[in-house]
Design a protein around this ligand. Structure first.
Ligand code: TPP
Ligand code: MG
Length: 306
């Protein structure tokens, strides 16, 4: 979680200095979800998500330097500098991106989970999308298919309370999204997405349920994004006091830190060494990406369907 946090700090700096252009959606605040899934996933389980993927691509095992280079459109970027913030993949390690179309991860994840079933693999696909995406039609087409074809897919709604610039109350008839699978009899649970233990407990349970019943399940992770929707969003639709209050009282890193210290699981020294190690990794990624070259012009139509 601290790697993601520091990496996003460096990303924000690089964006503000205009080293990064185009869309850039940060994940700080939501770290416990990517970290919890990463902790619980079994070998062969897949993950697919939206465009808010920096946390997932980092935890997939991709070198943070190559993630940062991708954000800058540089040569060593994990999508060769052509995908940017929204389109990063590590299919070798079962991270399937990285999709700019709101709701698109739902059918893709359902398809990946179908492939697991077809090949008799005891694996699930963790299929993430946002609260805004939860109002998209393709999500419900996916729910129907998943139930009728008994597909072991864990749907994860990252409910960070906002779409692009709209609070969930303004666009969603139901504020709680855990019941969104009800018409398809998909069981749904509401999770404190800021508490890594609640995330881990529910993911563990959901994974087991999927495998044992060969059927879908839905988890609503209640979370919060600290920055604007993307780096170009001044976030005027919410008060700074709201953000500050969540940072003070619900921050996932702070919660874990306090738990570990008060239960003597770790020491201040051990934690500060983890924090300085992850901070350095993020800084190295920053420096590497700045020094990296842009892709050669001759590669402009490589990997592009023409
Ligand atoms: C089909 C489609 N419609 C609209 C957009 C523009 N758009 C990009 S992000 C976004 C909001 C999505 O919010 P949410 O699902 O809550 O995800 P979050 O950004 O909060 O992670 C919208 C409307 C898009 N990319 N795709
Ligand atoms: Mg949202």
């Amino acid at each position: 979680m601290s790697l993601i946090r520091y990496f996003e700090n460096e990303t924000a700096k690089l964006y503000l200095k205009k080293h990064i252009s185009g869309f850039c959606h940060l994940y700080d605040g939501q770290e416990a979800i990517a970290a919890g899934i990463d902790y619980c996933k079994d070998k062969g389980d897949q993950i697919v998500s939206t465009y808010r993927i920096h946390g997932f691509i980092l935890l997939s095992g991709t070198d943070p330097r190559y993630v940062m280079s991708e954000l800058l459109g540089k040569k060593h970027g994990c999508s060769k500098g052509k995908g940017g913030s929204m389109h990063m993949f590590n299919t070798k390690d079962n991270f399937f991106g990285g999709h700019g179309i709101v709701g698109a991860s739902a059918p893709i994840g359902t398809g990946l989970a179908f492939a697991n079933k077809y090949h008799n693999k005891q694996n699930v696909c963790f299929t993430c999308f946002g609260d805004g995406a939860a109002n998209q039609g393709q999500v419900y087409e996916s729910f129907n298919m998943a139930q009728i074809w008994n597909i072991p897919v864990v749907y994860i709604i990252e409910n960070n309370q906002y779409g692009m610039g709209t609070a969930i109350e303004r666009v969603s008839y139901t504020k709680s999204l855990s019941g969104r699978g009800k018409s398809f009899e998909i069981p749904g649970y509401s999770v404190d997405g800021m508490d890594i233990f609640d995330v881990i407990n529910h993911i563990t349970f959901a994974r087991k349920h999927c495998i044992e019943t060969s059927s879908p399940i839905l988890l609503e992770m209640n979370t919060y994004r600290y920055k604007g929707h993307s780096m170009s969003d001044p976030a005027k639709y919410r008060d700074k006091s709201e953000v500050d209050s969540i940072k003070d009282n619900k921050d996932p890193i702070k919660i874990l830190k306090e738990h570990m210290l008060s239960n003597n699981i770790t020491t201040e020294e051990e934690l500060s060494s983890i924090f300085s190690e992850t901070k350095n990794i993020a800084k190295e990624a920053h420096d590497f990406a700045i020094k990296d070259d842009y892709p050669d012009i001759s590669t402009i139509d490589d990997d592009v369907y023409l």
